[in-house]
Design a protein around this ligand. Structure first.
Ligand SMILES: [Zn+2]
Length: 227
């Protein structure tokens, strides 16, 4: 496998020895004599030591984390998603079973260890598939790793509106994921604030001595995020 050293300005592994084995973009793969072309929506990274801790690329809120996958499904294997605000989210796939150190709702700092590289899901060797979404579209992570682009640094702000039934948006999705993590609400994180989200939120508020009005305002956000 051809690999290329990338000296990262902002590391995504603890020892910061990134080798890119597969860049972002259109790629052609031949498996068992069958050639297919598809979009690779992130970069594949290996560490010089073979495996390494993965760290949060920027500070943010963990919106999803799974560490119990041992086989090939789901294709992303064990994974972590982090919302950094400013429209940026990062994605870490194929992590080692039971190595994931964070859970949905956790606040993480840039450089904080979130788990260990592995080869779960659709993967043929130990590596990290690292993806970045900007305003819900995949973008090439490499300029962010090299420091050519950044996510806003200290100017980053997470916009948390007061949410109520009938509203839609990414922050509604974050709320649904947090309620699933906190009280096993079983909501579909579709970003639509409907009656089920309202009921789950009211239940969470009542259990946490908050005004159970079904509206997610500053006090409820603070409780959900632990800040
Ligand atoms: Zn990949």
């Amino acid at each position: 496998m051809a690999k290329r050293l990338l000296v990262a300005a902002v590391p995504v592994t603890a020892t910061n020895t990134h080798y890119i084995t597969s860049p972002y973009g259109i790629r052609t793969i031949t498996v068992g004599g069958v050639t297919s072309t598809g979009m690779h929506n992130g970069v594949d990274i290996v560490a010089s030591c073979g495996a390494d801790y993965i760290v949060a690329f920027e500070s943010g809120i963990v919106t999803y984390a799974r560490g119990d996958v041992t086989g090939n499904t789901p294709s992303e294997g064990n994974s972590v998603y982090i919302d950094h605000g400013n429209g940026y989210k990062t994605y870490y796939f194929h992590m080692k079973p039971r190595s994931v150190l964070v859970k949905a709702g956790d606040l993480v700092r840039r450089g904080q260890k979130i788990g260990y590289m592995g080869t779960t899901g659709n993967s043929t060797g130990v590596h990290l598939h690292f993806g970045i979404k900007l305003n819900n579209a995949w973008v090439d992570p490499e300029p962010y790793l090299t420091g050519l682009k950044n996510m806003g640094g200290e100017r980053m702000t997470l916009t948390l509106r007061t949410l109520s039934q009938g509203m839609r948006g990414e922050d509604v999705k974050t709320l649904q994921q947090l309620l699933n993590a906190k009280i096993n609400a079983g909501l579909v994180p579709d970003g639509k604030f409907g009656p089920l989200t309202h009921a789950a939120l009211t239940r969470y508020q009542a259990a946490n001595r908050l005004l159970a009005d079904g509206k997610c305002g500053p006090a409820t956000w603070s409780a959900l995020l632990g800040v």
